[in-house]
Write a protein that binds this ligand. Structure first.
Ligand code: S3P
Length: 187
């Protein structure tokens, strides 16, 4: 039943939202339930660049990462069919938002900032956690910086076709079911 509902929409589904909001976890479950392919843009970047995200930021710098992120995303929009989970900074300008909205359905995965801060603080994956000297930032500093970053991006996230608030669902499974229902109502 759920698979049939998803099958009505054959275009790409792009999951956007702030870092650590749960886009990839939701995307994987959604792909399984809807029998679609799944792809994580950060993983594509890591694979094609042969370095971790943190290493790319440290060795090549933020602008290099953003250029590659954009290049690989536009490439995937053309060549991949299924569900694509974006990095939190991938929607950095209006052109990219417009392009993705034309190429498929854009979904905003919205998670409270307190949850995001805890996730970022408890993992060593994301460059924003570290100071220039490589040491970990204080949690309060991280919260303030994440909030400021979010405010600069929310205008892009909020243009998504579908908005899903993760705190409303007790499990990823239920969130994926709710998203499938939203997708089938939308198309
Ligand atoms: C970033 C988010 C990360 C990753 C990189 C930069 C950001 O992806 O692309 O660390 O600027 O918001 P996730 O959203 O998957 O954490």
């Amino acid at each position: 039943m759920k698979k049939d509902e998803m099958e009505r929409f054959t275009g790409n589904i792009y999951l956007c939202g702030f870092m650590a909001s749960g886009k990839s976890t939701l995307g994987r479950v959604l792909a399984l339930k809807g029998d679609r392919n799944f792809c994580d843009l950060d993983e594509v970047i890591v694979e094609r660049e042969g370095m971790s995200i943190r290493e790319i930021f440290e060795k090549k710098g933020g602008p290099y990462f953003r250029n590659k992120e954009r290049e690989y995303l536009l490439d995937l929009a053309e060549s991949f069919s299924g569900i694509i989970s974006l990095g939190g900074g991938a929607l950095h300008n209006q052109e990219v938002v417009d392009l993705l909205k034309q190429s498929g359905l854009l979904v905003f995965v919205d998670t409270p900032m307190e949850v995001i801060t805890n996730r970022v603080f408890n993992s060593d994956e994301r460059p924003i956690l570290f100071k220039k000297d490589g040491k970990i930032k204080m949690k309060e500093t991280l919260f303030t910086e994440l909030k400021a970053l979010y405010l600069g991006r929310e205008n892009f996230y909020k243009q998504a076709h579908i908005h899903i608030q993760t705190q409303l669902y007790p499990s990823v499974e239920e969130m994926a079911e709710a998203l499938i229902a939203k997708i089938s109502r939308h198309v």
